[in-house]
Ligand binder design. Structure first.
Ligand code: NOJ
Length: 546
């Protein structure tokens, strides 16, 4: 664990705690569940885990609505267990990354409760964005900003005299109030929260909504159309996304992380217009890494993927930051589902059956090839829990079991993100698939146990074994940073990393020969090392000869 540069080449496994493993039979994943599976994760071969928010929360948005940043939600355990987990993960050789949520707090947070009880213009209200409404009696929201989850981004409060009063900003759910980052107390508080966890041995943080902290002080209208909501990142001088002011905050955070031995690290959740804007988050003195969402948004298309790879490598090398790669997370459809459709590009804000039929077998074949592609690229790779099992989304969660606030905020037009958050299958038990003894908080699809870890361990061609083998080989190769394209015919990606390693991905409809004389290391279809030509949607890793 001594390598201070580990974060430049790590394979990081995202744990969505609620759905990972339930140890106490309440249907909800928990810290003890994670602790019981650390051996599994070490065996899989990842270098670090990122745990989604585990803080005290009313859980209106999967814990991204934090009531107390220094306390563990009782559904997940307590602080002592969190400390034990951090220590045990380290003993297994796994670093621990937590999720920090600085853009907003829960409306149950003491600061927001104090703001509600205090009058307009008070210091308590200054920590959030409380603004008078428009219209003769302030009855209209202050501007046209929309919530990412649907509807206005403003909610009116009732003042102490019982009359309707000011409005507060919530770019997500109304129970997630945006903090005012022009207030020095907000800065101080978050530095203190980071210290609290760094002092407990946490190795780094994923920064939620990293682009959103700074708002235009004049709250100007944006001119939104509802359907543009999720793709509007490249508006110049956007009033609440990717504003220049966020970078001063991250310079402070970087300084703090550097005070620790080994230095702690950050990864930004940054949905921005292009890789040049992204590079600003990881320029010298800024954050260490950032998610690279254009890769996750790309269609299963050689031209599109190779141009994202190129622009990412170029932008990151200019600022000396490692590239990162991610194909799925708790906010987007799983690749098995997305790649199984006629249109494989991520569709902003939409999911499920509304996007058309899914061929799960085709999607899984492509997802397996995509994992080999991702793990062959230089830099950091993120795996979302269940990706190593080739899980699809649950497409048919009954509407009365939907939990995502997007469902109600969109008036039932968007089903939201529950489909990719279904509790993991660990065993062949048809009841709960080994997630826990109780009915899980989100229903699992029929036959979920057939995807389980237990069944995949017994199948030498399973996605689990593919990923575990790939991680082992990746580790043994060390970390050559350079990537050299060998040839770039249409519909094939082929590149080398130094002289020892080559990756070929066939995204086309016809077979591609495996070069004579090369030693196959791993194939996405059969796993074994046959030199047969590569069928459509198949990848191979090779050791070139000579
Ligand atoms: C991004 C998180 O990944 C997502 O799950 C959450 O709803 C929003 N940020 C708001 O915190």
């Amino acid at each position: 664990m001594a390598d201070a540069q580990w974060w430049r080449t790590a394979a990081i496994y995202q744990i969505y705690i609620r759905s990972f493993a339930d140890s106490d039979g309440d249907g909800i994943g928990d810290i003890a569940g994670i602790r019981s599976r650390l051996g599994y994760l070490a065996q899989l071969g990842v270098d670090a885990i990122w745990i989604t928010p585990w803080y005290a929360s009313p859980n209106n948005d999967g814990g991204y609505d934090v009531r107390d940043y220094r306390a563990i939600d009782p559904a997940y355990g307590d602080l002592r267990e969190a400390e034990l987990l951090i220590g045990e993960a380290h003993q297994h050789g796994l670093r621990v990354i937590l999720d920090i949520v600085p853009n907003h707090t829960s409306t149950d947070h003491p600061w927001f409760q104090a703001a509600l009880a205090a009058p307009p213009g008070s210091p308590e209200r200054a920590r959030y964005h409380f603004v008078d409404g428009r219209g003769a009696s302030g009855e209209l929201p202050p501007n046209d900003w929309r919530s990412t989850f649907g509807g206005s981004a403003w909610q009116r409060v009732t003042e102490a005299d019982g009359e309707p009063g000011q409005w507060y900003l919530h770019l997500f759910d109304p129970t997630q109030a945006d903090l005012n980052w022009s207030h020095p107390e907000v800065h101080r508080e978050f530095l203190d929260i980071l210290r609290f966890w760094f002092d407990r041995g946490v190795d780094g943080f994923r920064i939620d909504v990293a682009t959103g902290l700074v708002k235009h002080p004049g709250y100007p209208d944006l001119g939104y159309r509802e359907e543009d909501l999720l793709v509007l990142t490249n508006v110049p001088d956007h009033p609440h996304r990717d504003r220049d002011g966020v970078h001063a905050i991250y310079r402070d955070w970087r300084r703090l992380a550097g005070e620790y031995d080994p230095p702690r690290i950050f990864v930004a959740e940054a949905w921005v217009a292009d890789s040049e804007r992204l590079a600003r988050y990881v320029a010298p003195g800024q954050l260490h890494t950032t998610f690279n969402f254009p890769f996750l948004q790309s269609a299963w298309d050689a031209g599109e993927l190779s141009s994202v790879i190129e622009s990412t490598l170029h932008a990151m090398s200019r600022v000396g930051a490692p590239p990162t790669w991610v194909l799925s997370n708790h906010d987007v459809e799983r690749t098995v589902t997305r790649y199984g459709r006629a249109n494989t590009r991520k569709q902003p804000g939409r999911s499920g059956h509304e996007l058309g039929p899914v061929d799960v077998e085709l999607g899984r074949r492509r997802a397996r090839a995509a994992i080999l592609l991702m793990l062959a690229l230089p830099g950091v790779a993120y795996l979302y829990q269940g990706e190593e099992l080739g899980l699809p989304d649950h497409m048919d969660i009954p509407v009365d079991r939907i939990q995502d606030p997007i469902w109600t905020r969109s008036g039932g037009r968007r089903r939201g993100r529950d489909g990719c958050r279904v509790p993991l299958p660990w065993t062949l038990d048809p009841k709960g698939a080994g997630f826990g003894s109780a009915d899980p908080w989100l229903p699992q699809p029929d036959g979920w146990e057939t995807h389980s870890v237990q069944s995949q361990l017994d199948d030498p061609t399973s996605t689990y074994h593919l990923v575990a083998r790939a991680l082992r080989i990746r580790r043994s190769l060390g970390a050559p940073q350079e990537l050299e394209w060998v040839v770039r015919p249409d519909s094939v990606l082929r590149f080398r990393r130094g002289s020892a390693f080559e990756c070929i991905v066939n995204l086309g409809a016809t077979e591609v020969p495996v070069p004579a004389g090369a030693v196959p290391l791993l194939r996405s279809d059969t796993i074994d090392v046959t030199p047969d030509p590569l069928g459509p949607d198949t990848a191979v890793w090779l050791r070139p000869r000579g």
